[in-house]
Every structure is written in C-alpha cells, then in structure tokens.
Design a protein around this ligand. Sequence first.
Ligand SMILES: Nc1ncnc2c1ncn2[C@@H]1O[C@H](COP(=O)(O)OP(=O)(O)OP(=O)(O)O)[C@@H](O)[C@H]1O
Length: 681
Amino acid sequence: MLVTGTGLDEERSYLEECRAALRGMRDGARFNVVVGEHVAGDRYSAERLGRHLKSLAKELAEEPEGPVFFGRLDFGAGADAGDHRGRRYYIGRRHISGGTGRQPLVLDWRAPVSTVFYQADVRDSRGVTTRRRFGWSGWPPVLTGFEDERLGEGGAPGTASRILAEEIERPRVGPMRDIVATIQPEQDELVRTGLETSICVQGAPGTGKTAVGLHRAAYLLYTYRRRLAGSGVLILGPNQAFLGYISAVLPALGEMDVEQTTLGRLLAPEPSKGPPKGSDDEAAAVVKHDARMAEVLRRALYGRVRRPDGPLTVPDGAYRWRVSEEELRRVVDDVLREAPPYGVGRERVLSRLVSLLRARAEARGQTTGTAWTRRTGRAVREFLDTVWPVARPREVVAELLTDPNVLAGAAGGILTPAEQSAILWSRPPRSFKSARWSEADAVLLDEVAGLIERPRGYGHVIVDEAQDLSPMQCRAVARRSEHGSITVLGDLAQGTTPWAARSWPEQLAALGKPGAAPVTLTTGFRVPGAVVRLANRLLDELAVDVPRTRSFRGDGLLRFHRTSDLPGTAARVVREALGHEGSIALVAADDALDGLAEAVRAEGVEIAALGEGSDGVRVTAVPATLAKGLEYDHVVVAEPAAVVEAEPRGANRLYVVLTRAVSRLEVVHTRPLPAGITPAI
Ligand SMILES: Nc1ncnc2c1ncn2[C@@H]1O[C@H](COP(=O)(O)OP(=O)(O)OP(=O)(O)O)[C@@H](O)[C@H]1O
C-alpha cells in the first residue's frame, strides 16, 4: 500500500535535512577545490587532486534536488540485527554525511549494510522489521509516497511492490537508467561478487544482464577504489548505438572513470581513424577468427628468427672478439626455449651477447663501464637485426596475407589449402602502410602485438554480448584481463555471429577464465508476458540449450498484421503507435529499412536513423543487425521472414529483434511467418 499521509510529512522533513547537508557537502567540496589548488606539492598531484575535487564538487552540485534516497531499513532489537540493533538507515545513490561523529544521513547503496535492503525477505529478515521503498515523480523529483514491507514477525510473504512494478513498467525515454532502487536479490548477489572472482551471467533478453554488469562496475569501483585506481575497469559492448544507450548509467552513479567501448574500437589499428574500414567475405572472416590462427601467427612471427650461421667478430679497440657459431646458437636457442614476449626475447639475446663479451674483456683485465656496454651493444646490433629482427605487427600480418609462400610456411598442417586461399588478399596493398584492414585483421594484429609485448591489463573487464565473440576475440580480451577478473554477460540464444558460442565453459576457457561458473537469470524485466511467450516458442527452434524466460510483467500487447502493402501498413502502424507514451522502433532486415523509413516519412511522421542526434524524435529506424542490447516501448517489426533469410543465424537475429519491446510488439508481414513465431496459441 502506498502511504501519502502524515508519515510522509516526516519523511519530507528528513529529506530537507538531507538536502541541507548535501548543500553543506557541496560548499565544502567547492572550498576544497580552492584550497586544493594551493596546497598540492607538484603540478602532477595538483592536477590529480584538482580533477578529483572538481568532479566531486560538480557531482554534488548536480545532485541536491535529485531523489536523495530510495529506501529505508528499520532494524529490530533482536540478536539477528547484530551491530545494527535498533537502528534506522536511509539508502540512496550517494552517501550523505551526518556531520562529525554522527551516523550518515544516507548510506551509499554499495555500502555493506545496504545489501540487506536488496536481500532481506520474510523468510530471512536479517534483523529488519520494516523495509520502506519511496516513490518519486517528476523532475525535479518530488517525494510522493512510500510503501512498507513488514519483514519481522507477522509479515506476509509475496506482497508485490507497486513501486517496483511501476519502475519496471515505466515508459523508456532517453538513455538507459540505473536500477539501484529495485535491484533484485539474485542480481544483487552478482553485483556484489568480490573483485577476485570472475563471473558469467547467462540470461534471456531483458533479465538485466547489462544492468548487472554496469552496477557491478560501480560496486567494484566503490569497494576496491584503491586497487582499481591504477588498473581501471573496461566495459566492452557490441556496437556504438548500444554504448550510446548505456553510457549515462555509470556517470549517474557517480562513476566517470570507466572506459566503455567496443572491441572494434579497442583494437583499431589506427585509433584516430576509428574502427577499421576494410571487410572480409564470410569464408575469410571465419578462418581469421578461428583459434588455429593463433598458432599460424606465432609461427609467422617466430619464422623471422634465424639460426646464426657462422661466427661473429666484434672489434674492441686493439682486440677483435670472436663468438663461435655454436655459442651464438646456444644464446638464441636458450631464449627461444624460455619463450618470453618477442620484444623481450630480442633484448635478452642482446644482453646475453654483451655479457658474454664482457666476461671475455674482463678476463683480459679490461674495464667495462657504461661507454663500453653502449659501444659493444652497437657493434652486435647488425647481427641482432639479422637473427632476431624488430617485428611490427602490421608488417607481419600483411606479409602473411599477401605472400602465399609465407602463409604456407606458417599455416602448413594447420589450415587447409582452401582455408589459406580464403584469407589471402586478392588485391594486396603496395605496402603494409596502405593496407585496408578489416575488423578480423585488427584481431590478428592484436594477437601479434600481444606476442611481441604484453598489452596493458585492466583490473576488471566487463564483456557484454560475450556469446558473439570469436575464439580470437576472446584471446584479445583474455590478454587484457590476465591478472584481473572479468564479468561475462550473454545469452547463447542471441548468438548471431558465424562463430557464436554454443557453450559457456568453452567460451570461458577461451576468455582465460575456465573456473568461472555460469549463473542463469530467468526473470525478464523488459519484455511483457505475451511477447516472452512468443519468444519462448521461437527459442525452441534455435539449436541452443538455455532455459525459457518468465516475465515479471503481465501487461503488454502483441499484434500481427498480414498485409499486401508492407510499407503502407508498417507506416500506419508506426503512426498509430505515436498515440502511446514512450519510444518507438521500426525494425527490419538492414537492406529493407530505408524504403520502409521513407514510407513512414510519407505518412508525415518524423523518423531518425539509429545513432543520429534525434532530440524529440520518438521513432527510430533500427537495422536488425544493430538491435542487440537496445529497448523501445513500442517495436514494429517488418517482414520477419526477411530478417531470418538475411544471414546464417537469422533465426537467432529474429529472436533478438522480437525481444526489444518494453510494452508493445507489432509484427507486419506479407510473407508467411517463420517457423516458431506463429501468433496463436
Ligand atoms: N531489478 C530491476 N529493476 C528495474 N528494472 C530492471 C531491473 N533489472 C532489469 N531492469 C530493466 O530491464 C531492462 C532490461 O535490462 P538489460 O538491458 O540489462 O537486460 P539484458 O539481459 O542485458 O537484455 P538483452 O539480453 O536483451 O540485452 C532494462 O531497462 C533494465 O533497466
């Protein structure tokens, strides 16, 4: 029951107290910015401190009118309340200090005790007598009511929360929002898993995987701030449109320092030019993404190392030192056996040769200082460039994809002749510098770069839509999280790439975390019941072993329109959808979308292209291949049969497309519906 009476007045006075405290914190933070500018010792620390204080001040300045708390916990007097006996806590997005020596006015949702807010229930109250949820509306938000659950003795199980239901069913406007007020117990457990543990979340569409990943990033940064300060957190999403959709969540939670990108951008051979522009046909892409390419590339790189043939003579003043072929071979062979990164190997050969010569010079009574070492290093460099030359990833990969003999040398016994010819460039560039790299090539370049020198590692990496990663892409992620942990989010049923994973244990092993156990989420918070039932029928047609979803929501609309005029009907359905609140998407096979969008415009309805600045435009044209991870209140899907036919995993693509709807899904078609999505049951 939503309370709006006297209790609410008390809560509103408390809210005023919190806002006053927040204003105090903000003024203090502003003062600190001024002081900080004068006290920091050197320029570097002044800049760092200044940036930190300014962002804190800015954060606080933006917040005071916001919903400063969303929950309250009242602990009882029993032993099960532990240290919290008799206490009352307010929970919000930010900590609000109560002043020196006093309990905070509001606790951060990530503080240890806040977990009780998400986890306690009638069966296990954890010492809580009453859990209060607050309702807010409008902007600036007004506290409109609250709802109490009695968790102590006498509480009744299973009372549904209206505030929770409203939050989940609210229309989607603008980018994705945080879910801190309504995190579910099974989601909370995943969010709060310790930094040392890698987790894998398998979940049907709309079960909150992305939400869990983003909140986990915020939780880890709060709980392990020092440990992550240097190494950082990386979030990888499937495409730019998806990143645009989720990009506001972490800043809204006060976390600005998280790198959010796509793997394509992260691995771009020329980052200033954005993701690579070249493309591959499917046969070439499939081979380039295959795990066997790792060995082919290793051989191609180490194929540059030559066995020394003949002795080496090094002039040193009056003497000439001679190193025999056998000694030289031993040095190179030893380093090869130790298998350090290629770049380190080169340095190691150099330093061992110099040591060998130093021992000889010193045995003759010579002094060997820095100048001697530099001179001797220079003298053996020519030899080094012959036996262990400097390697550049672009040169190595370009040579491999251009020269059939080099490719045959590296891929013999690994790739079939047909596979080799599939990846050879039909029109090789004049030089590796002018090559038009594809996304698959970027992964190969990254593999070679990783063999030469280990890349920068992150403290934690979050990978969304991880079922779509190829074995070679998994290796690129694994290299960046070798000493850190990862959060793997995905749905085997939504796998649409030719190499999409069919099992999590295999994918996790490829990601370098074979020990992580997949956890399954099955309650859907986006897709309404009728649409979930449709999606579950299609799921039976897909060759994957994942459980069906159950929707949290009983509402929603699902309608089919059979027509002989696809553009006309689609346009009419879109126009009628404007009668409802919220966002609208017209989704179709990529090559059919422009024509359909034109028909919508002809109806006098504005429609924006995905990713285009579309302020105020409620309808977006979404190509089926870019729909992943996105959500709209009202989704109009045109000609599902064409979506299925457009690609080998077209049925999986259709499953993704049909599950973008928050409230209403309308399917417009001229052709028979694909297997699995027959309307009536
Ligand atoms: N506990 C929750 N409270 C309120 N809303 C929630 C909750 N969990 C998830 N949602 C909402 O449900 C929607 C779907 O969540 P999300 O996008 O994270 O799901 P997903 O599993 O990543 O879906 P997909 O597989 O389709 O990408 C989002 O709008 C999200 O904010």
